[in-house]
Design a protein around this ligand. Structure first.
Ligand code: SAH
Ligand code: SF4
Ligand code: F3S
Length: 447
């Protein structure tokens, strides 16, 4: 028989979720909030007042996983002072090393994976009834229902179109923690976006690890270009973003549709990862530097005002100085608006983790800062092209740094700050760029 539980039964009913990782995880947090609201929990801004704390984790680099243990260490005294508070760990690290989390941190009440978010209320119920050591992880699955989401923003929405990944880039843990690629059927996507747009949303971001391979697993004649076209037809939808695009599947047809449609942003996030063909092959990226440059040419020849951003890894196993210089050379040739740069981090279970990690941390750090310096200069020069221009900005809120200023995003995802009234939040306004920096811009509202 299960013993009498000290867990709060239904008094305050507040949940606090801390989210790490990518936009897919942000969306998963919105799904957790939906399922918890169904059983009476409302979101709380204050961690220490919550009845349930959920950490929605990322596993993409070792640092992200290690940070979880530091974080849980900080929660331990809070849990000891308030044993009725539930501590749950979900997301990609939970999916990856759930049993280890529970062993190292037995005060964690519930560990759950990426494929069973809708089970959360049931797991909480089991815990409240006294069950201990709950660790519920499903190896691969599909648990998405686009209608079961508690949206955090009233004017922007994240909409997954496919989950999982089949690419198995040799360094990457995502296919192991998110399972095989599964496209969500196009009818549900369109229906769901129509509903949220009629509820006031003006910008959607279509999410997938590789949006360009959308539909390949469906028994239907549909691809990402067709889907994008149908989404773009939805009346009232002002801005469509999408990420991430894998270069190997970036078709000419897709570029044409993006060019033709005013409500699709001219922003491509096309991770390069490395500039050397030898390393690209070891990474299993399935394109060469020459093919990547061709794709960039296609995009730029067709859409002259497009912005291309990227992800780049330095210090992959076996990478030598000349390979790294190939990366620098690509960065100089392509001229990304922005690049997210990472030091290679071995992830257990991946193919690359079986290769010898030959680049020392010292060299990784040196290459990382060299790359950053080159890219930051390019970002600044690319941003300078916008100086004095009038751009359309979706106002997202007040600036985090100065609440007298508003903060919004240009079409190409660059953040811009300017003076204006809070009544503009959620609207698209015209702004003239008056000052350009490396990662953001200052502007002036136009009437
Ligand atoms: N699906 C997306 C992004 C996945 S993860 C894509 O294909 O681009 C986001 C970024 O993290 C990757 O683009 C890559 O640059 C970086 N990354 C992934 N695994 C990594 C690792 N083991 N070490 C360092 N960076 C990594
Ligand atoms: Fe990881 Fe590659 Fe899949 Fe992106 S495409 S999630 S980098 S395996
Ligand atoms: Fe995203 Fe990190 Fe998982 S990048 S898919 S939250 S491993």
């Amino acid at each position: 028989m299960l013993g009498e539980s000290k867990i709060n039964k239904n008094l305050a009913k507040k949940v606090y979720i801390e989210t790490f990782g990518c936009q897919m995880n942000e969306h998963d947090t919105e799904r957790m909030l939906y399922h918890l609201e169904e059983v009476g929990y409302s979101p709380s801004e204050k961690r220490d007042e919550a009845d349930i704390i959920i950490i929605n984790t990322c596993a993409v680099r070792e640092k992200a996983a290690n940070r979880l243990f530091g974080h849980l260490g900080n929660l331990k005294p809070i849990k000891e002072a308030n044993p009725g508070m539930l501590i749950c760990v979900g997301g990609c690290t939970a999916q990856n090393i759930g049993a280890e989390i529970q062993k190292k941190c037995p005060f964690v009440d519930i560990v759950f994976g990426t494929h069973n978010i809708s089970e959360l209320p049931g797991l909480i119920d089991q815990r409240i009834k006294g069950e201990k050591g709950i660790c519920s992880i499903i190896n691969d699955g599909f648990d998405y229902d686009l209608d079961k989401v508690k949206r955090i923003s009233s004017f922007q929405a994240l909409v997954p179109i496919a989950t999982g990944c089949n690419n198995f880039c040799s360094y990457c843990i995502v296919p192991y923690v998110r399972g095989r690629e599964k496209s969500i059927d196009p009818e549900s996507i369109i229906k769901s976006i129509k509903e949220i747009v009629s509820g006031g949303v003006i910008e959607v971001t279509l999410l997938g690890q590789n949006v360009n391979s959308y539909g390949k697993d469906l028994d239907k004649d549909i691809n990402f270009s067709n889907l994008l076209e149908s989404v773009s037809d939805i009346i009232g939808l002002k801005r469509i973003r999408f990420m991430t695009s894998h270069p190997k599947d970036c078709s000419l047809d897709l570029v044409r549709i993006i060019k033709e449609r005013d409500n699709i942003v001219k922003h491509f996030h096309l991770p390069l990862q490395a500039g050397s063909n030898r390393i690209l092959e070891k990474m299993n990226r399935k394109y060469s530097r020459e093919q990547y440059l061709d794709i960039i040419d296609n995009i730029r020849n067709s859409i002259s005002n497009s912005t291309i951003t990227s992800d780049i890894i330095v210090g992959f196993p076996g990478e030598e100085r000349k390979d790294f210089e190939d990366t620098l050379d690509m960065v100089r040739k392509v001229r990304f608006g922005r690049a997210f740069t990472f030091m290679y981090s071995p992830r257990e279970g991946t193919d690359a983790s079986k290769m010898e990690d030959t680049v020392s941390l010292e060299v990784k750090k040196k290459w990382f800062s060299e790359l950053l310096q080159v890219q930051n200069q390019i970002s600044l020069e690319e941003n300078e092209k916008f100086s004095g221009m009038k751009v359309e900005v979706l106002v997202e809120g007040k600036s985090h740094k100065d609440d007298k200023l508003l903060e919004g995003r240009m079409e190409n995802n660059i953040v811009i700050n300017f003076e204006g009234s809070a009544g503009l939040i959620g609207k698209i306004v015209s702004v003239r760029i008056v000052h350009v920096r490396t990662f953001h811009m200052m502007g002036e509202l136009m009437s």
